[in-house]
Write a protein that binds this ligand. Structure first.
Ligand SMILES: Nc1nc2c(ncn2[C@@H]2O[C@H](COP(=O)(O)OP(=O)(O)OP(=O)(O)O)[C@@H](O)[C@H]2O)c(=O)[nH]1
Length: 388
């Protein structure tokens, strides 16, 4: 009876897995034959808790037997290039209520600007989440220039407002995405952090498309193991552009283990960039610090993080700033992605968050479409909010 069982158990496992021999092949061998858009699952041992052993101490990915590899047969798309996308902002903002620029220009086009008018401008800036400091600075600078230059003509006032807004958004900041590895043969590693629902997974998917459009080889790491659907969501984004997704084989697995595997996979594949999606629940600062700290430490053993992008929802105003503060302290943020800019008339958050963290907005989300992610540019952004 025992002998029969010994034969039946592996047989049942093979049948349940579709009978494929790939189930028993170590990842390193299997991967050479993988089609693009592949999903790699890794059985993870540790849990997300900080006390768990670092996954780098677990068996390296190449020696771990792979489990199911459900490759979705989706047609591979050719994503659109990212340049020039920010011009869409104007249309999107026009549809999102009364944009900041229109409200400012309505006041500035009044005949004689009174004290009340300047107060109204400051209030408008505050309502658009620019923040008290920058709003005061802009009003002072604009007021002085209007007075000194004796400008009354609406077009000239508009030009001054544009200059002052561009200055506030700071065109001098380095907004280049660091997606190249530090050494030859090493991928760039971009970790994406932020609270639930801000658009992290969507941003990773859209960013993968941007990079694929630039002919870069990308690997995705689904280290958001907290939300059940996040890995599926990411995998779908990856499959659409022929990009491999490394994910855990169960929910709640150790995110650091998945991130580590993704980077190792990226190296093995000769990828240019590995994008790591995280859960980053804001349960408490210590927990967040443990989770992101552990991912960073573990990933760095394979390749250093070249970019840590904080995803913020532009519609959340002051709340977003509080999140930015916490993530800025725990995650070593190097760039900001402001999503849902299409759904708010409050573009001022760009200024406030850059001031808060001292790091630039590098990308903006302009909608739910796959190519609705644009590289940020101070002048184009201001033109977008000022409208025609
Ligand atoms: N309008 C608009 N919607 C967006 C944008 N970016 C993301 N979204 C939407 O925001 C919602 C949440 O996005 P996700 O990518 O799932 O957010 P997440 O941060 O990964 O969420 P968790 O996995 O729960 O942490 C989705 O419905 C997205 O389509 C954007 O730029 N504009």
């Amino acid at each position: 009876m025992n002998d029969v069982l010994l034969w039946l158990i592996p047989l049942a496992v093979l049948v349940a897995g579709g009978g494929t021999a790939a189930l028993l092949v170590p990842r390193s061998r299997r991967q050479r034959d993988l089609p693009s858009g592949t999903v790699l699952e890794r059985p993870t041992t540790a849990t997300g808790d900080a006390a768990a052993p670092a996954p780098a101490e677990a068996p390296p990915a190449a020696e771990v037997p792979a489990t199911a590899a459900d490759v979705e047969a989706v047609p591979v798309e050719q994503p659109a290039p990212a340049q020039g996308r920010l011009v869409r902002l104007r249309d999107r903002l026009a549809r999102s209520g009364s944009p900041l620029g229109a409200r400012l220009l309505a006041v500035l086009s009044r005949d004689q600007l009174t004290e009340d008018d300047w107060d109204e401008i400051e209030e408008t800036l505050l309502l658009a989440d620019v923040g008290a400091g920058p709003a005061g600075e802009l009003v002072e600078a604009l007021r002085t220039r209007v007075r000194v230059l004796g400008v009354t003509d609406t077009q000239a006032v508009r030009a001054l407002l544009r200059e002052e807004l561009v200055r506030l958004v700071d065109p001098g900041m380095d907004r280049a995405l660091r997606t190249a590895g530090d050494e030859p043969g090493q991928p760039g590693v971009v970790m994406v952090v932020g609270v639930n629902g801000t658009g992290k997974t969507t941003t990773v998917g859209k960013l993968a498309r941007v990079l694929v459009a630039e002919d870069k080889k990308v690997v995705l790491g689904a280290a958001d193991t907290f939300r059940a659907a996040a890995a599926d969501q990411l995998q779908t984004w990856g499959s659409r552009v022929g990009v491999t997704t490394v994910r855990a084989d169960r929910d709640g697995a150790d995110p650091a283990a998945v991130a580590f595997d993704a980077v190792r996979q990226g190296k093995a594949d000769g990828a240019d960039v590995v994008l790591v999606d995280t859960a980053g629940r804001l349960q408490n600062k210590a927990g967040l610090m443990d989770e992101l700290g552990k991912i960073t430490r573990v990933v760095t053993r394979e390749a250093p993080l070249t970019e840590v992008l904080l995803v913020l929802d532009a519609t959340t105003g002051q709340n977003g700033l509080t999140q930015a503060r916490v993530f800025g302290e725990v995650a070593g943020v190097t760039g900001i992605v402001l999503t849902k800019l299409d759904g708010t008339a409050k573009g001022g958050i760009v200024v406030a968050v850059q001031r808060e963290l001292g790091v630039p907005v590098k990308l903006v989300g302009l909608g739910e479409g796959p190519d609705d992610l644009a590289p940020f540019d101070a002048e184009q952004f201001v033109d977008g909010i000022l409208g025609d």
